[in-house]
Design a protein. Structure first.
Length: 154
């Protein structure tokens, strides 16, 4: 992702698109889907791998400027602990994911789709049995209801 400048252009993105039941063409269709990071400022790497937490100043600086430009947001996927904490405050990711219906239809909390989630998915079969079908249904319903706007000229 860092080499190409394309968000979710890595194995985590492949997993996320698999969870959504969505191909790359739809996922990257900017006329229908917005990808807005929790932090918007790359925080660097942690010494033991993975990205550092988002810098506290970035989301409050940029989200109020960007989100009003997207008035037709019908569903926000909160992917990972940082996105969930930003939108919902502190809380445990697993419980938020399990209780996803309590924040719908506005939000849909998900774990981060990194390789580290593989073991968590095995220990929590309800994720594949309950959450993923509901996620696919929610995204399909939103996309079916959304008018398609013309792609901007590039």
């Amino acid at each position: 992702m860092h080499a190409t400048g394309i968000p979710w252009n890595d194995p985590s993105g492949d997993r996320l698109r698999g969870w959504l039941g969505m191909g790359r063409d739809m996922f990257y269709d900017a006329s229908r889907i917005a990808i807005v990071p929790a932090g918007l400022c790359y925080p660097g790497r942690l010494p033991n791998g993975g990205d550092a937490p988002p810098r506290p100043v970035c989301a409050p600086t940029w989200h109020p400027r960007l989100l009003p430009l997207m008035p037709c947001i019908a569903l926000t996927l909160l992917v990972g602990s940082y996105a969930q904490a930003l939108a919902l405050g502190p809380g445990a990711v697993g419980e938020r994911v399990r209780q996803f219906r309590t924040v719908m239809p506005r939000y849909f909390p998900l774990p981060h789709p990194s390789w580290r989630t593989t073991g968590w998915e095995r220990r929590n079969p309800w994720f594949g049995e309950e959450v993923l079908p509901a996620l696919r249904a929610a995204t399909a319903a939103v996309l079916a209801a959304a008018p398609v706007s013309p792609s901007p000229a590039r």
